[in-house]
Design a protein around this ligand. Structure first.
Ligand code: AVJ
Length: 315
């Protein structure tokens, strides 16, 4: 883990266009900052998807073509705290559907918290947590032959560029059987005045979330980044539909990273690219699933048409 982190930081800071991968945002501090982001007035994504789960719950069940007397596995990739999913679990359980809920996460701690919460809030739902890498878990479930519904929510796919997202969809498709469904949450392409503030909030929480990666490098790789010499400078291009986050060096400076045994120089106004947040439409999603067995069957949107949950089926 630390070796991978070291290599990613070294590679990312050794290229002419410096970059650091956003997957390393999520240490303890980063997790807490992301929870704060989800509650920000500017961060519409979480509310929009929750709107769909809360106000169109039976529509979700109908679109997934679930049947009460056919057992299925409801598998959630990257389960988080389950706020949205609980709306669906509540109705499925109330209406007597026959299913297990299988939240998959890399963090056992996140799974334990979710399991305990569900035990008290939805005691009649059968929960089987699966700790591990998404594809390891899917591979292990592959031979069960029970119908599967995969939930991949929260625009988590947005952090992948299109090439990586299509490989991800190919892997997912290869681990599923005919008739299995994917319920995919994506943020929709819309104007800059709505998207950019979601990544540049007035309280500076997103700035802190990005700059926390420098603190993490300081802590884990024994470096001397001074975060006061960097600012958060996100962009959004409506035409391509991608928000990008950068941090920009405000001065000429050198940073030494002991664990890598190397000094990195930054010139004034030089940017480090940290994250992409891809926004979608039908065409982009169709491109990404080209080499898979998935087909788009349906699409549910929130009342503002900011966010969508697509239903894809293996055909
Ligand atoms: C967790 C990938 C959905 O890109 O919107 C939030 C992460 N980054 N604010 C997103 C994030 C900055 C978020 N996802």
């Amino acid at each position: 883990m630390i070796e991978q982190f070291k290599e990613a930081v070294n590679n990312g800071l050794s290229t002419p266009h410096k970059n650091l991968p956003s997957k390393y945002f999520y240490d303890k501090k980063g997790d807490a900052l992301f929870v704060k982001i989800m509650g920000l007035p500017e961060y519409y994504l979480t509310r929009a998807e929750h709107d769909i789960f809360k106000n169109q719950t039976s529509n979700i069940i109908t679109s997934l073509k679930l049947e009460k007397d056919t057992y299925f596995e409801l598998i959630e990739l990257g389960a988080g705290n389950g706020t949205k999913t609980k709306e669906l679990l509540k109705l499925l359980s109330k209406e007597g559907y026959n299913f297990d809920y299988l939240p998959v996460d890399i963090s056992q701690n996140a799974l334990d918290n979710l399991e305990n919460n569900l035990k008290t809030e939805l005691p009649f739902v059968s929960v089987k947590t699966k700790q591990g890498d998404y594809f390891e878990v899917l591979e292990s479930l592959r031979h069960s032959k029970h119908p599967k519904v995969i939930l991949f929510l929260g625009s988590n796919i947005g952090n992948m560029n299109d090439a990586i997202a299509s490989i991800f969809m190919q892997n997912l498709s290869a681990n599923l059987n005919l008739g299995d469904k994917l319920f995919l949450g994506v943020d929709l392409i819309k104007s800059e005045d709505i998207v950019l503030p979601a990544y540049n909030d007035s309280q500076g929480v997103t700035a802190a979330f990005n700059l926390n990666l420098l603190d993490r490098i300081n802590k884990e790789l024994d470096a001397d980044f001074n975060r006061n010499n960097f600012i958060h400078t996100p962009t959004y291009n409506e035409k391509e539909g991608i928000a990008k986050s950068y941090i920009t060096s405000t001065i000429n400076q050198d940073v030494h990273i002991k664990a890598i045994n190397k000094t990195f120089s930054f010139i004034k106004n030089e940017k480090i690219h940290l994250e992409i947040s891809r926004k979608y439409n039908d065409e982009i999603l169709n491109n990404i699933i080209t080499n898979t067995q998935f087909n788009i069957k349906n699409k549910l949107s929130d009342s503002n048409n900011y966010f969508a949950n697509y239903i894809l089926e293996i055909e």
